[in-house]
Write a protein that binds this ligand. Structure first.
Ligand code: CNA
Length: 239
């Protein structure tokens, strides 16, 4: 049986699949990831992305943070791709129990997925750091330099987990529970190098861990079935 036939069989036979993904799930929508050759880490900025996207940088260099963030992280004209749509369909069919994502782009929900654990938050939620008023992503995009609250004048911050910040407890618990109870775990489009998120796949104890990633990852040896190819193209063929 070919690899792709094995994947089809695994999906056909399960009604408890969990998907764990990263930036590679959205590259086919036109959002660059961090670590591919054309990813954000291989472009030239005054500071490396981990530095700009850190809590201390947000506090101390807010204008520069927002210049980068609006330019590189706030992609509001993109659409879900085949991978997002295939996963939403699997959920509708009652086969997929949850999407756990490191992405902050909201594309899984836009494709129709309902149970989505956003480990690193979302660009679509933004709150005033003082009065906690909510703002959408367009408010941030349209602001000049630093977005300020129209109620109290304080700085507005994206509900995105920056480096040095901790993940939200309920999201982590939901994600860990889903992974721990999953019959099949499909891991895709992630370099599996950003912790604690990457460590979560170790909660899976089954024998159907499917890994789909263009490049090799440090956890390739954990996979029961592995594809080094495009996640959108592959899921489009299988689902
Ligand atoms: P990463 O470290 O950039 O790794 C992405 C991986 O995906 C690489 O190993 C690529 O080989 C692989 N890849 C790229 N395109 C495809 C594809 N079409 N099919 C299969 N594999 C592909 O990204 P991670 O998610 O592992 O790192 C975690 C960071 C990146 C999180 O904190 C995210 O918030 C952050 N990020 C998110 C977005 C987004 O929301 N779309 C974009 C860029 C970065």
């Amino acid at each position: 049986m070919s690899h792709i036939e094995k994947l089809k069989k695994i999906i056909d036979e399960s009604d408890n699949i969990v998907f764990f993904g990263g930036a590679g799930v959205s590259t086919e929508s036109g959002i660059p990831d961090f670590r591919s050759v054309d990813g954000l880490y291989n472009q030239k900025y005054d500071y490396p992305p981990e530095e700009i996207l850190s809590h201390h940088f947000f506090v101390n260099n807010c204008k520069e943070f927002y210049r980068y963030y609006k330019d590189k992280m706030l992609a509001l004209d993109v659409k879900p791709n085949t991978a997002h749509k295939a996963l939403a369909r699997l959920e509708q069919m009652g086969k997929l129990k949850a999407v756990v994502t490191q992405n902050i782009d909201g594309l899984h929900q836009e494709a129709g997925s309902k149970v989505v654990y956003e480990l690193h938050g979302s660009v679509h939620r933004n709150y005033c750091t003082k009065c906690h008023k909510f703002f959408d992503a367009h408010y941030i995009k349209d602001s000049k330099d630093i977005p300020l609250c129209d109620n109290c004048g304080a700085v507005v911050k994206p509900d995105v987990v920056l480096y040095e910040e901790s993940l939200e407890d309920n999201t982590v618990m939901g994600a860990v529970n889903a992974i721990r109870n999953a019959d099949v775990l499909i891991v895709a489009g992630t370099s599996l190098t950003v912790y604690p998120a990457a460590g979560m796949i170790r909660y899976y104890t089954g024998d159907k861990l499917v890994l789909i990633n263009r490049d090799e990852t440090p956890m390739d040896s954990l996979a029961n079935l592995i594809f080094h190819e495009s996640v959108g193209e592959l899921l489009g063929k299988v689902i």
